[in-house]
Design a protein around this ligand. Structure first.
Ligand code: SF4
Length: 428
């Protein structure tokens, strides 16, 4: 149980987790339950979400902020809402990104709505979110396991779903294994070591189940589209107008930059700043390195059953992404998602993708800067197709725009395969 300074915030309250990605939010809620917090995910987004948010916003807020706020307002307007037994999970950060303002706006709106007694639980990103639950080891490791599990299940789902012979089978298997994982992660009576063993078993069974799904097409035979962009929109299907499914419906396969990448990046940045500030190994630096060591060990152990399954989809480590990004957006000057977007675009090119889609909220600085460098990245990499899509909550004809992009990706793929055939013939 959480028995530290955070206890007074969460004790006797239900904690609502924003549904950025349903699978990650479900697993995170389970991690909270594993330490005795009554946590669940916030409602699905729909038109009412934006309608509610619009009553308290003026249009300058980014779409993720409006969607998060609108879904929390659904809870506030629910029949059984009691502010004294409610808390909202809302991480925050410093810097120019509007993410740092989410909490302030939510507080203001809750107060205006008469919910002054509802709490907001906000760890900060400046220390890699290490403030959650005052460094309770079990909680933090369970959160990490939750993230790795949900990322892995999503990745497996996206690799198989476009090729499944029976529509819906991949999603239903994904949801079944996610449910099993959440039950294990959220059970406070399952010991720490057993939790890991059970998680590994779940991923082992998931790998076997995914591999046995009957296919209508050969795996990997479709144009492979890397997906980058703003982290909330990338994963929130309502906000991105179901972009991933649309790519699949238009004959593609999706490979999306995962959520854990952001955690690796914040670790990397934290280490770099500590190194630059101190110049020597400090206690703080040792703590950060120990955390990285634990995360790497956990990730290796959990994903071992999927190693063969994922061999054609290796993740690019963050230092390599930043190297790739350097000619376009120097990592130590242009921070955050824009650097990762540029690095990932190059990484997806090297990994054999046929194009990259960037999903970005309208007016978000990250997307605007990334868009400026994409033409150069494309030119430097054999006219690799890269296209940014902006979303502001007003639906538009995504299918039409995507059709044009998929045409480009298809013709790039034909050129790429022809080149590799010629290369292998001349090498014979
Ligand atoms: S990255 Fe952009 S869209 Fe995301 S929270 Fe920050 S300002 Fe908003």
């Amino acid at each position: 149980m959480i028995k530290d300074s955070k206890q007074h915030i969460l004790k006797g309250r239900r904690l609502y987790i924003p549904r950025m990605s349903t699978e990650a939010a479900s697993a995170l809620a389970a991690a909270f339950r594993s330490v005795g917090v009554d946590a669940c995910i916030s409602p699905e987004s729909d038109a009412r979400t934006l309608d509610l948010a619009s009553r308290f916003t003026n249009g300058e807020e980014c779409l993720p902020q409006r969607v998060t706020l609108g879904n929390f307002l659904k809870i506030v307007q629910g029949l059984n809402f009691d502010p004294r037994s409610t808390a909202f999970f809302l991480p925050t950060s410093s810097g120019p990104c509007r993410f740092g303002q989410y909490r302030n706006l939510l507080r203001k709106v809750l107060d205006e709505a008469g919910a002054q007694e509802a709490r907001i639980f906000s760890p900060t990103s400046s220390n890699g979110y290490a403030g959650i639950a005052d460094r309770r080891f079990r909680f933090l490791v369970t959160v990490w396991r939750a993230l790795i599990l949900s990322d892995s299940l999503r990745k497996a789902r996206l690799m198989i779903r476009p090729y499944e012979a029976e529509k819906g089978l991949t999603d239903s298997l994904h949801n079944r294994f996610l449910g099993k994982a959440c039950r294990v992660l959220g059970d406070p009576d399952i010991g720490f070591r057993r939790q890991r063993r059970e998680c590994v078993k779940i991923l082992q069974s998931a790998a076997e189940a995914f591999e046995s799904i009957p296919l209508k097409e050969k795996l990997g035979s479709r144009p492979l589209i890397g997906v980058v962009g703003e982290i909330y929109l990338r994963f929130n299907e309502f906000s991105n107008q179901h972009m991933l499914r649309s790519i699949e419906n238009q004959g593609g396969e999706v490979w999306i930059a995962n959520i854990a990448e952001w955690a690796w990046y914040t670790n990397y940045e934290e280490e770099r700043k500590l190194r630059e500030a101190a110049g020597i190994v400090t206690f703080e630096m040792a703590r950060v390195r120990l955390r990285r060591y634990i995360q790497e060990t956990e990730e290796k152990a959990l994903t071992r059953p999927l190693r063969k399954f994922f061999r054609s989809r290796p993740e690019t480590p963050v230092p390599r992404l930043l190297e790739y990004s350097r000619p376009y957006l120097p990592a130590h000057k242009a921070l955050g998602e824009m650097t990762l977007n540029a690095g990932n675009a190059v990484a997806f090119y090297h990994a054999g993708c046929d194009g990259v889609v960037d999903i970005s909220p309208f007016t978000c600085m990250n997307g605007i800067v990334s868009e400026v460098v994409y033409p150069r990245i494309s030119r430097d990499h054999e006219q690799f197709p890269i296209r940014i899509f902006y979303f502001d909550g007003v639906p538009f004809d995504l299918t039409g725009h995507l059709e044009i992009f998929m045409e480009q990706a298809g013709s790039y793929r034909r050129r790429r395969l022809e080149k590799s055939r010629r290369g292998s013939r001349s090498g014979q």
